[in-house]
Design a protein around this ligand. Sequence first.
Ligand SMILES: CC(C)C[C@H](CS(C)(=N)=N)C(=O)N[C@H]1Cc2cn(c3ccccc23)CCCCCCNC1=O
Ligand SMILES: [Zn+2]
Length: 169
Amino acid sequence: YSLFSNRPKWTSKVVTYRIISYTRDLSRFKVNQLVEKAFAMWSKEIPLQFKKIRMGIADIMIGFARGAHGDGFPFDGPGNILAHAFLPAPRLGGDAHFDEDERWTDGTSIGINFLFAVTHELGHSLGLGHSPDPKAVMYPTYEDRDAKDFKLSQDDIEGIQNLYGKRRD
Ligand SMILES: CC(C)C[C@H](CS(C)(=N)=N)C(=O)N[C@H]1Cc2cn(c3ccccc23)CCCCCCNC1=O
Ligand SMILES: [Zn+2]
């Protein structure tokens, strides 16, 4: 795993999130469900709670966009960069954006596995960098093969616990 030298992290006990836009590739219900599942994978390992809000400003704002979308980091059409997320910080910090020019799937058809991508992006939203371990969710590139029924690797867990400590309950 890798962290950033200033080790940015959330210092509140509860971190809020809000899904502000959706994709035409998956139902809103499915997007909500997969985002919830990705948060649960990380929160299982650390003493941090995630709370979904429906209005207002959340710590982690999640959405889909194509091309230039107002954060100075325009997406690049199909393929290449699939998504991006900002390290823990106010405002844009923590936010995760998914490229609407990709085809997002829940594993039942061809396309980029959305659950895998959300889990990777939330790793960044929580403060993780990339891992050199090809088995880690935080490995820099998307490999379709291990996107089906994946779980956090030991490396991912060690990294996130280095930052937030172990969950005790
Ligand atoms: C891990 C993801 C869920 C999130 C990361 C983005 S991020 C910011 N959150 N680390 C991602 O999109 N990685 C690229 C990295 C990448 C691979 N290639 C590229 C060609 C051009 C540009 C980028 C890439 C080679 C060709 C394959 C392109 C399709 C797959 N793209 C990737 O794997
Ligand atoms: Zn990444």
